[in-house]
Design a protein around this ligand. Structure first.
Ligand code: SUG
Length: 445
């Protein structure tokens, strides 16, 4: 039976803006108050999706969330009609208004953790939305994320949807950004690496000092239990707290894996040798490529700025691996030289392709942040909501939809404009028809 790995990218929502909301994410903080271009952001994301489709990959689309989240603003005491709620929040608490407007659900690597049927004891694909409790603007995502995932992977005989973990920092969970699966083929049982930043219930263990560790070990263990994984197919690895303090707010900023390749920076993990030995022991005899990038080759700051590791490693239909990198990797001399050399080495990676996702990068989201990987059998793929899969016609329909509904400029001042709410609702209402999602948004219920 054929298995494949699908990428489900987050469609950038109509209110994409730069609000400086993510302490510990250097790009988000340094672009606070920059002027965003939601139309360009959405088109950049769609162009990447279409390119992967054209490369023969299975590419899906995950819908954005309803923003602004007026319910959460009302829950926080801003009352009146929609225009009054926006105006009060704008005058009394601008950062809260910006949070309620964030299009951060575009980074679907943080939407959920997904375990394929080959690994889970019950032979089903498991999804757990991430609770994202570390940042207020992201903590308001999981419920609707769960609804979007259910509308996309609806077949209850094949797909199991769990509730997100309890909403507390001790169970901080950021989803697939801290989760990598290694395997021989997508359909053979694999090994799931859960990378955490700290312990939630043991303050004596190492932890970063400056920036928050968003993922706890206890959260990772809970997801593995829910997904019916066992000791034989899980490895827990602690992130190096020092790199978190240098801006590595998710593990996918410093490491990425695909099939039998683990591509990582030498400073990524706390106990690297022990972790690699455990991976090797549990992976079995077949060849495994640990591609280590040393600090001498690429310094940590260059890795963080260029997002060398926030790349997608794809296995193309011809079996060769390609890296999907942001154009920032081309612009950084050390990183560009490294990648040019990498494709000449004896690893499965044969090619690098560069994409302009600058609108997302300026908020700390690279190509890998924008996608959720779902390994599927052909039957499972056939059970996916077909309207969410990329095709020539879907691309044309979605780019037309963006051109029609999106603004090309958004400032902090614009967020008080009630017309933006009307425009966003119209856009999302149309989108639920294009993606055949039903009435999933609060304003539709
Ligand atoms: O959670 N940025 C996101 C970026 C997420 C990147 N995802 C992965 N690494 N998988 C975050 O920090 C910034 C929003 C703002 O400041 O406007 C933001 O939420």
């Amino acid at each position: 039976m054929n298995h494949l790995e699908a990428n489900f990218d987050g469609l950038v929502g109509p209110t994409h803006n730069y609000a400086g909301l993510s302490f510990g994410n250097v790009a988000s903080q340094s672009n606070a108050a920059a002027i965003s271009n939601p139309k360009a952001a959405a088109l950049q994301g769609l162009a990447k999706m279409k390119a992967l489709h054209d490369m023969g990959m299975t590419q899906g689309v995950l819908a954005p969330q309803q923003r602004p989240d007026l319910d959460v603003l009302r829950r926080l005491g801003f009352d009146g009609n929609d225009a009054q709620v926006l105006d009060k929040a704008y005058r009394q608490a601008p950062p809260i208004l910006r949070a309620a407007y964030s299009a951060s659900s575009m980074w679907t690597a943080n939407a959920a953790t997904v375990s394929p049927s080959a690994d889970s004891a019950d032979g089903k694909v498991h999804f757990t939305p991430a609770n994202l409790v570390n940042k207020f603007h992201r903590s308001i995502e999981p419920e609707v994320t769960g609804r979007i995932l259910k509308a996309t992977f609806a077949d209850a005989d094949r797909f199991v949807h769990h509730q997100h973990l309890p909403e507390h920092d001790q169970f901080g969970d950021e989803g697939a950004a801290n989760h990598t699966r290694l395997c021989r083929d997508y359909g053979t049982p694999g090994l799931q690496l859960f990378v955490y930043g700290r312990y939630g219930f043991d303050a004596s263990k190492p932890a970063p000092k400056r920036y928050p560790a968003r993922q706890t070990r206890e959260a990772s263990e809970a997801v593995a239990r829910l997904h019916q994984l066992g000791e034989h197919n899980t490895v827990y690895i602690q992130q190096n707290p020092d790199v978190i303090d240098q801006g590595v707010f998710h593990n996918d900023v410093i490491a990425v894996g695909n099939q039998n390749v683990l591509f990582y920076h030498e400073e990524a993990f706390l106990n690297t040798d022990a972790a690699l030995a455990e991976i090797q022991a549990k992976f079995g005899d077949s060849p495994l490529h640990f591609i280590k990038v040393s600090t001498e080759q690429v310094g940590l700051q260059d890795a963080v700025k260029s997002y060398l590791f926030n790349t997608q490693i794809l296995t193309l239909p011809n079996g060769e691996m390609t890296i999907i990198a942001p154009s920032e990797c081309q612009e950084n001399p050390a990183v560009f030289a490294y990648l040019n050399d990498l494709v000449k080495q004896s690893t499965p990676i044969r090619q690098v392709r560069y994409f302009d996702v600058k609108q997302s990068m300026q908020n700390g989201g690279g190509p890998a942040c924008l996608r959720l990987r779902v390994a599927l059998s052909e039957q499972e793929k056939a059970a996916v909501n077909p309207a969410t899969l990329m095709s020539e016609s879907k691309y044309a329909e979605l780019t037309g939809w963006v051109e029609k509904h999106y603004r090309d400029r958004l400032t902090a001042e614009d967020l008080r404009d009630p017309q933006l709410v009307v425009e966003s609702h119209q856009a999302l209402d149309d989108l639920t028809r294009i993606l055949n999602l039903g009435n999933l948004y609060p304003f539709q219920r």
